[in-house]
Design a protein around this ligand. Structure first.
Ligand SMILES: [Fe+2]
Ligand SMILES: [Zn+2]
Length: 366
């Protein structure tokens, strides 16, 4: 394959030690101060040798480029870019019947013992959108250490790592005994948390509170097959959201986003669905009816594939908040729950570093 690469791009990507720091992987050259606009390869300044292009520039600087590295820069397809950027794996889309007998799970000790455990754990989360952790000590301290094996915990207006009982200490239905329909969290942020972990430490003097999970990506695929127009509407019409239950804040995303949000290559990137926190639907009045019709088809599909399973002390649940919706049935008695959020990029970084290795994670994008 031949491509015309601008000389300024090549010079800008020189990885010699004057231009690129070998351990921080940062560019050292001030591109727009130090590289003249008319930079060019010196006469006879290009030759090939042992898989490398060696270049002498018209100002005397010398650079070399690995051919494979160069090729990967311009060969990559939309799919391979999504793999590089998002750590996209072959997804196992599921309905309840596919996973209820053997949901993805991993042992607590494996995760705590080494990064190989984190590698397997994050891979399962990437593949299925959720994973149980078996044999976790039923304490907030053990649960927090577990979650921090992935990355630091994301703080929000509710705090960082949480440990609460249903007492409405925070202005949100999560802190009540009410049933909660399938939703994703944090639609009121421009960037919702990437992961959430729940651990029910105890449930006394009552019953109920079964947890619900729905694979939002599986639902999106069904909607696309069955109701392509509805899929299109939920992918294009944007929605606002808000969290205004605390007296001192009203969190709102700075821009509206569609329920089904895609990356620049057309891959479904994120499901944002929270009817409790939904605010203005950002379309014209004559588009509103079609948004409601599409959203009804979407919720019909969510109900068809939902998966119910009680939470148990000693068995935290972690899920991909950009893919899997969660909810719960109403309960009586007292439940003590702990858990927290992890940022998306921190999760994907940890996934890629443990599954691809450092070189393979950095090289395609640096
Ligand atoms: Fe939630
Ligand atoms: Zn250089």
């Amino acid at each position: 394959m031949y491509v015309n690469v601008p000389e300024i791009w090549l010079r800008d990507h020189c990885h010699c030690e004057k231009c690129f720091h070998p351990s921080t992987k940062q560019r050292l050259i001030e591109t727009f101060d130090e590289i003249p606009a008319d930079i060019s390869i010196a006469p006879n300044g290009l030759f090939e040798d042992a898989g490398m292009f060696r270049i002498t520039w018209n100002n005397g600087h010398q650079s070399s480029y690995d051919k494979g590295w160069l090729q990967a820069r311009f060969d990559s397809t939309n799919s391979s870019r999504s793999v590089e950027r998002q750590g996209l794996v072959e997804l196992s889309l599921w309905a309840a019947k596919d996973i209820k007998d053997k949901p993805p799970a991993i042992d607590y000790d494996e995760i705590m013992a080494s990064d190989d455990g984190v590698k397997d754990w994050t891979r399962l989360v990437r593949q299925y959108g959720f994973c149980y952790v078996d044999n976790c000590p039923p304490s907030p301290e053990a649960t927090q250490s577990l979650l921090e094996r992935i990355a630091f915990i994301r703080h929000t207006h509710y705090g960082g790592f949480y440990d609460f009982t249903a007492d409405l200490s925070k202005g949100d239905t999560a802190y009540t005994q009410l049933g909660i329909g399938a939703h994703t969290d944090n639609t009121y942020f421009t960037e919702p948390a990437g992961l959430q972990l729940f651990h029910m430490l105890s449930h006394t003097d009552g019953e109920g509170g079964v947890s619900q999970l729905v694979d939002g990506f599986a639902a999106a695929q069904l909607l696309r097959e069955e109701e392509p127009r509805a899929y299109d509407i939920l992918s294009r019409y944007c929605v606002f959201s808000h969290a205004s239950g605390n007296d001192t804040s009203s969190i709102q995303p700075i821009r509206s986003k569609p329920v089904l949000d895609h990356d620049g290559c057309g891959h479904l990137l994120q499901v944002r669905w929270n009817t409790t926190d939904r605010a203005r639907i950002d379309c014209t009045v004559d588009q509103l009816q079609s948004w409601y019709d599409a959203a009804r088809k979407w919720t019909d599909i969510l109900k068809r594939i939902e998966y119910w399973e009680p939470l148990r002390p000693g068995r935290p649940l972690i899920f991909d908040n950009w893919r899997v919706l969660h909810g719960r049935s109403a309960f009586t008695g007292k439940r003590r729950m702990c858990g927290g959020y992890i940022n998306r990029d921190d999760f994907i970084s940890r996934f890629k570093m443990t599954n691809y290795g450092r070189e393979q994670t950095i090289s395609p994008v640096a």
